[in-house]
Design a protein around this ligand. Structure first.
Ligand code: NAD
Length: 251
């Protein structure tokens, strides 16, 4: 198992890609802290299923873009679970608004979650890891939209391309201190966020025609790559952004 004896915290893990990453990490031997801004029966069920596999798991409800909540999330995670080895900055939101109609509030809501939360969680996490003289890994979740234009995403796409720059810059400062930082840019992955695309008889074939694999990806397929990047097998990989998109950018 790639992540035996590791402790991981995944933001935005109530559903979709974050849930897939949490499940993969548990299958690879990690204890998992499940974070989401909205916690419910489904987050409890996820933690239960992880515990049934013999791993430890707790749920912490927190807004990953709120400093106070992030500080207390890491405080609680550290004291209940022990020093954390892996952070996955997965929490994200997407809205679709034509450029000329986009408001300050809409710009802020998307960039604050998609970009600032990754910066904030990484800073709070790295301060603890460096203070404890430990080693760790961060995996950021960007998007195919760092490289492809879809209509109405003049706030979302820049926030995701910036995750790549964040990855490189945090890696440059933190790798010498023992923390590797990498990024995954998912393509079309079947989650609640993309449900409307998957159900659209007009849009879905147009999108699939651009993907060499000819299908949408599954959250566990992002989980597998995140597990590799977070594991010691990737000990010489840092500052990288990898498209996991079934060959969309590569086509
Ligand atoms: P999703 O909407 O299904 O799940 C996102 C989760 O993040 C939700 O449970 C939500 O409550 C949580 N969240 C939102 N804001 C939060 C906050 N401030 N703090 C904590 N949790 C928060 O989306 P998904 O498809 O699973 O996407 C996960 C990540 O992958 C996002 O960053 C998204 O931008 C990115 N992504 C998704 C796709 C795709 O095709 N699904 C493609 C590229 C990138």
């Amino acid at each position: 198992m790639k992540l035996a004896k590791k402790i991981a915290l995944v933001t935005g893990a109530a559903q979709g890609i974050g849930k897939g990453i949490a499940e993969t990490f548990a299958a690879e031997g990690a204890d998992v802290i499940v974070n989401d801004i909205r916690c419910s029966e489904s987050t409890d069920k996820l933690a239960d299923s992880i515990r049934r596999q013999g791993r430890r798991s707790i749920v912490i409800q927190a807004d990953a873009s709120n400093r106070e909540q992030v500080e207390s999330m890491f405080e609680r995670a550290w004291s209940e679970m022990g020093p954390i080895d892996i952070l996955v900055n997965n929490a994200g939101v997407e809205t679709i608004v034509p450029f000329l109609e986009l408001t300050d509030e809409q710009w802020f809501a998307v960039t604050n979650t998609n970009l600032r939360s990754g910066w904030l969680c990484s800073q709070v996490f790295c301060r603890r890891v460096v203070g404890a003289r430990r080693q760790a890994a961060i995996v950021n979740i960007g998007s195919i939209q760092a490289a492809r234009v879809l209509p109405g995403r003049t706030h979302y796409a820049p926030s995701k391309l910036a995750v790549e720059a964040l990855t490189r810059n945090v890696s440059a400062e933190m790798t010498p201190l023992g923390i590797r930082v990498n990024c995954i840019h998912p393509g079309l992955i079947e989650t609640p966020m993309t449900d409307w695309v998957m159900k659209s008889p007009e849009l879905l074939p147009q999108v699939l025609a651009q993907i060499s694999a000819g299908r949408a990806g599954q959250p566990l397929e992002i989980g597998a790559v995140a597990a590799f990047l977070a594991s010691d097998e990737a000990r010489y990989v840092t500052g990288q952004s990898l498209y996991v998109d079934g060959g969309w950018v590569g086509k």
